[in-house]
Design a protein around this ligand. Structure first.
Ligand SMILES: Cc1ncc(C[n+]2csc(CCOP(=O)(O)OP(=O)(O)O)c2C)c(N)n1
Length: 644
């Protein structure tokens, strides 16, 4: 195979490749993507589906003068390979390597940072308007999947763009999949367009056959046309988009480069808002990903030969929600296009009538849950921390003000890692604890998570249980689920020199640090805080008075987080002579990298906690304490397994 890709360092280089060689380039790109993602993990299936489309876009348009905005941005690997990041592609998603998403700081070809669904049309419209104001004539293109098109924000963008009729192009990449098969009326509409195309094909074939019938053939064709007129509304393709003010073009085969080029070269000359409907196959060109596009949507490293994953574990919350669902038929599971990732797929399989995948519609998911709660049900919204951000007003306005018993099962809270700043779950403690009525908890391990979810369902108001990504620490699991006492922490270790108050997955590193501190003559109390809200005020008061030095540890931003809650309590209760050190994420966005590396960077691992405690305890005279190994036996070995 000649190496076409090696010659490409920019879209200008791409344009030197002969059109007839572009399919070969597509195959090379597929090979590089499969090889790299098999080692780094990443969004394989989505990327394999848009190789030809991306080549065609860069061939037809003139980036970076023409602006391309990738919705979600997870499908951007071919774009990266064609825009000067080929040599660094092996570093994909690694700490200090290239990002798996568009980053303006990384390349002039990345016009807008993305990560969450549905932002591309609004952003593209803005770039189009800015262009108009400046009197320029570059193209602006938003590339958006059919899954992301279901996001409310996408419709807001379409609605505004159609009304302004600005010159912009929306390329709808329709693979009939979100992460799982796409859901909702829009997906039915798109499907109908495709069926309509089949109908058109069938129609011309039938027409030919009828015309061939001697004498009555032409009459029958006329009759058929009249029938067709009657059902036209059903089959006018893209009617929805046309009504929203877009010119609809399509559907076209997203793997046929000549056809794509012809279409894109034509539409770039058109005025107004254009929607190009492109049909692709998710996972195209790699059989295991074509077959199981959902498993290969976001994949850990895998074996190319067999397509088996090196490690892929189900989130333990899935089984717990299923167990609780069996106990209480009022529990309703709700997810926003993340049934698999949140483990709700198990619940869905057993209770299909008590489960809703609402599509990429977090706001709707929360208000829908609130409505069900007013009717006496116990909805659980299983969602990732970062995506719940989008539904903040719904949590406030529709759940908390009415004090409704909606449970938020918040997965991927804390450092999520390789997906970078748009995906880290570092804000939920802050944004939830400020809401009246909300109870906020975080378990130290998967066993406690089970009890917390039980606690949540038993509580008559809104609750949030936030836990980190992964399959858990491998601790023993209690069969019986018991509700915890709201607002009560767990003292894991008693020492007199310093009190370490840790929350969630920071608890075990804090315990490990305490073991090390003991070796160095510092005797630490370690508290598993369990609740961010309400805090265990009585315990904190006691520790403040007795020990006088407090270190808080949390995988959340420091502003407004758990440590802030402790400080607020101390300040409001006149406990101001306590020395406090907060460990957490400072006032910055956390880039991509493995959670292990990031924990080290931000001092959230054992050594970081150790250092911080030593600093804050400082020169205070230390008593000699006997070395004990009792705790090290209690700490699970693998408490931050490198799982996804
Ligand atoms: C607001 C938000 N919710 C959920 C996600 C998680 N997510 C990432 S990609 C994806 C599916 C997107 O489907 P589509 O746009 O059709 O792209 P495809 O992967 O099928 O190409 C989802 C649900 C997200 N990125 N943003």
């Amino acid at each position: 195979m000649s190496n076409l890709l090696e010659k490409i360092n920019s879209p200008d280089d791409l344009k030197q490749i002969r059109k007839k060689d572009l399919p070969e380039l597509a195959e090379e790109i597929r090979e590089v993507i499969i090889n790299t993602v098999s080692k780094t993990g990443g969004h394989l299936a989505s990327n394999l589906g848009v190789v030809e489309l991306t080549i065609a876009i860069h061939y037809a348009f003139n980036a970076p003068v023409d602006k391309i905005i990738w919705d979600v941005g997870h499908q951007i690997y071919t774009h990266k390979l064609l825009t000067g990041r080929r040599e660094r592609f092996q570093t994909l998603r690694q700490y200090q390597g290239i990002s798996g998403f568009p980053l303006r700081d990384e390349s002039i070809y990345d016009a807008f940072n993305t990560g969450h669904s549905g932002t591309s049309i609004s952003a593209a419209l803005a770039l189009a308007k800015a262009r108009d104001v400046r009197g320029k004539n570059n193209s602006v293109i938003a590339v958006i999947g059919d899954g992301s098109m279901t996001a409310g924000l996408s419709f807001e963008g379409l609605n505004h763009a159609g009304a302004l009729n600005s010159d912009m192009i929306v390329i709808l990449n329709d693979n009939e999949m979100s992460i799982s098969p796409n859901v909702g009326a829009l997906s039915v509409h798109l499907n109908r367009i495709l069926t309509g195309q089949l109908f058109n094909k069938m129609r011309s074939e039938i027409e030919m056959i009828l015309k061939a019938i001697p004498r009555i053939g032409n009459q029958m064709v006329k009759f058929a046309e009249r029938v067709e007129e009657a059902i036209k509304g059903i089959f006018v393709p893209g009617r929805l988009f046309e009504d929203l003010g877009f010119k609809y073009v399509g559907p076209i085969d997203g793997h046929n480069i000549p056809h794509l080029l012809e279409t894109l070269n034509s539409v770039k000359k058109l005025k107004g808002s254009i929607l190009v409907h492109v049909v692709t196959k998710k996972g195209k060109g790699y059989a295991p990903a074509e077959k199981e596009a959902d498993s290969f949507h976001g994949t850990p490293p895998f074996d190319i030969e067999t397509g088996s994953f090196i490690k892929k574990n189900a989130p333990p919350s899935g089984k717990t929600l299923l167990d609780l669902g069996r106990e209480d038929e009022k529990i309703i599971g709700i997810t926003a296009a993340m049934a698999d990732g949140t483990g709700l797929d198990k619940f869905a399989a057993e209770f299909p009538h008590r489960f809703y995948d609402v599509g990429i519609a977090e706001q709707h998911a929360v208000t829908f849950a609130a409505g069900l709660a007013t009717e006496g049900f116990k909805p659980v919204v299983a969602i990732y921390s970062t995506f719940l951000q989008r539904a903040y007003d719904q949590i406030l306005h529709d759940v908390c003000i009415m004090n409704l018993p909606v449970t938020f099962a918040i997965d991927r809270a804390g450092l999520v890692g390789e997906d970078g700043p748009t995906h880290q779950g570092l804000f939920d403690i802050s944004y939830l604890r400020s809401l009246p009525n909300m109870v906020v908890m975080a378990p130290k391990d998967e066993n406690e998570m089970r009890h917390m979810l039980k606690t949540a369902f038993d509580y008559p108001g809104p609750t949030a249980v936030r836990y980190s990504r992964g399959s858990g620490l491998g601790v023993p699991i209690d069969n019986e689920l018991i509700a915890l006492k709201i607002g009560h922490a767990e003292v894991l270790r008693e020492g007199e020199d310093v009190a370490i108050l840790a929350i969630g997955n920071a608890v075990y590193p804090a315990l490990e640090a305490a073991v090390q501190l003991e070796l160095g003559g510092i005797d630490a109390t370690v508290v598993n805080a369990r609740f961010v809200k309400p805090l265990d005020a009585e315990l904190i008061r006691k520790l403040a008075k007795k020990i006088g030095i407090i270190v808080t540890v949390e995988e959340n931003v420091l502003q407004g987080g758990f440590g802030s809650a402790v400080l607020e309590y101390l300040s409001e209760n006149g406990l101001t002579d306590v020395r406090v050190r907060r460990i957490g994420i400072p006032d910055e966005f956390v880039i991509h990298g493995s959670p292990q590396i990031l924990r080290k960077k931000y001092g959230l691992d054992r050594d970081g906690i150790l250092r911080a405690v030593r600093e804050v305890v400082g020169s205070r005279t230390l008593r000699k304490v006997s070395v004990s190994s009792r705790l090290s036996r209690e700490i699970p070995h693998n408490h931050f397994p490198d799982i996804r």
